[in-house]
Design a protein around this ligand. Structure first.
Ligand code: TMP
Length: 210
């Protein structure tokens, strides 16, 4: 299959307020300018059902940690089956804000659920779909740029967010062939340039190979 038809599944991960959505938009633009079909999506909330689940999980009252893990997994199952897999089957590039690693970091490490259970639940939900590359935008929680009213998870304390960050870094260290760790403390342009360079060095560039 030529590069221009090869489906690509890229996910962005990191703590709250690290700039994922800006970087997602710029990354999508890179592939679009190279003539690719790009699907920009996110979890939770990439589908109509997902938007309802997102509202319930993030803006409702207390949710039991196991119920929370199941709701993120339900959003994910529906999103992958109805939007992401069909896009990949058409040969599109999917650039996604958060995926199963967010569940491992937030519900697994920081909520004290068994990490293997949480990961297993998401793998079951998605029939084992893993990204071609996962970009971790790494930033100390103290430097995060949060705007607007905070959601239920953003309101968690500093210890929670520090545990989430450590879990992301651990996952990246354990699976370096999938993860790309980017220092997110630079300017928007510097961070985007670092992402593009890292993808290119792995043969995942938007530019066709010479
Ligand atoms: P967002 O604001 O980056 O879209 O993410 C919504 C919040 O949900 C964020 O605090 C991270 C959290 N989250 C989880 O706890 N588990 C998950 O599986 C996902 C996808 C997000």
């Amino acid at each position: 299959m030529t590069d221009s038809l090869r489906p690509l599944f890229l996910t962005l991960e990191g703590g709250d307020g690290v700039g994922k959505s800006t970087q997602q938009r710029l990354l999508a633009q890179w592939f679009r300018e190279a003539g690719r079909e790009v699907v920009e999506t996110r979890e939770p909330g990439g589908t109509v059902l997902g938007k309802e689940l997102r509202e319930l999980i993030l803006h409702g009252g207390y949710v039991d940690p196991r119920a929370e893990a199941l709701m993120f997994a339900a959003d994910r199952a529906h999103h992958i089956a109805t939007l992401v897999r069909p896009a990949l089957e058409r040969g599109a590039v999917v650039v996604q804000d958060r995926y199963l690693d967010s569940s491992v970091a937030y519900q697994g490490a920081a909520r004290d659920l068994d990490v293997d259970d949480v990961r297993g639940l998401s793998l079951w939900a998605t029939r084992g779909l893993l990204p071609d590359a996962t970009i971790l935008l790494d930033l100390e929680p103290e430097s995060a740029r949060l705007s607007g009213p905070k959601d239920r998870l953003e309101r968690e304390g500093g210890e929670f967010h520090a545990a989430v960050r450590m879990r992301f870094l651990d996952m990246a260290a354990q699976e370096p062939e999938r993860w790309i760790v980017i220092d997110a403390s630079g300017t928007v342009d510097e961070v985007q340039a670092a992402i593009r360079a890292a993808l290119s060095s792995r043969g995942l560039s938007a530019e066709p190979r010479p």
